[in-house]
Design a protein around this ligand. Structure first.
Ligand code: ADP
Ligand code: ADP
Length: 224
């Protein structure tokens, strides 16, 4: 379980006249939180700051009280599935996760058990020895989630995870994220309203760098 405090966060990219994030304040508790917004709204920027890949221009973020400038500690707390990620196409699923487990410093004696457990959780046990290039889009996303969870992080952050998936795989992925959110903080960033409607009533809406709504979706409907 984790609590994320975002306080007055602003991000300006060099050469841009408008900020990608404009004085964002938000608290995210355990369970699933939906981050909704059109392309260019600032979602990826917020996620990249949270995962220490980008620096904020102003403002602060803490995860369980730890400031994001403590990169190593933050990276241990957070698992991240970026919008665009790649695996070596000729590698086998199990081997790719082993490679990532080594990078993530999972103790050697725990690696095999950890990877089998993750493959089971994301329903890829049958693909353990399959080459990555043979996987479907939905399987690749689930492998991406397994990779994000390799360190058993308290927070899982996923960026547009259902993009390009067929309806059946989309539902499968939503269910998977919902189950992970039972004992973690999951941030689901998406431009697809139904992704959020199907998984959570806690959401924030970004528009052109501004947080135009945050809270319970019931409140949004009541005010509409
Ligand atoms: P979203 O994830 O909601 O699509 P982004 O965070 O990717 O939004 O982008 C927000 C704004 O910041 C957009 O105007 C985008 O063009 C701009 N932006 C994102 N990354 C960079 C970057 N590295 N340099 C300059 N501008 C960027
Ligand atoms: P993502 O959606 O995951 O940010 P993109 O394909 O949009 O991935 O962006 C790839 C890279 O280009 C990222 O590092 C992003 O920060 C950067 N980028 C995105 N938009 C812009 C932009 N308008 N100007 C410069 N860099 C950008």
């Amino acid at each position: 379980m984790a609590t994320i405090h975002i306080d007055n966060l602003t991000k300006r990219y060099r050469g841009k006249s408008t900020p990608a994030l404009n004085h964002i304040s938000l608290e995210i508790q355990s369970g699933m939180f939906g981050l909704l917004g059109k392309n260019g709204a600032g979602k990826s920027t917020l996620l990249k700051i949270l995962t220490t890949l980008e620096q904020p221009t102003a403002g602060s973020i803490t995860v369980n009280g730890i400031a994001i400038r403590n990169k190593a500690k933050i990276r241990n707390l957070i698992g991240y599935l970026p919008q665009h990620f790649g695996f070596y196409p000729n590698m086998k699923v199990f081997d790719a996760l082993t490679y990532l487990a080594i990078l993530a410093k999972v103790p050697p004696r725990q690696q095999k058990h950890r990877i089998n457990q993750l493959l089971d959780e994301v329903n890829l046990s049958a693909q353990s020895t399959a080459k990555i290039k043979s996987l479907s889009g939905g399987m690749l996303q689930r492998l991406g989630i397994a990779q994000a969870l390799i360190n058993d992080p308290q927070v899982l952050i996923v960026d547009e995870p259902t993009a390009g998936l067929d309806p059946e795989e989309r539902i499968r992925l939503r269910n998977l994220l919902t189950s992970f959110a039972q004992n973690r903080t999951v941030i689901l960033s998406t431009h697809i309203v139904s992704d959020i409607a199907a998984t959570t009533n806690k959401l924030g809406i970004l528009n052109e760098g501004n947080l135009i709504f945050h809270g319970n979706s019931q409140k949004l409907i009541a005010n509409a």
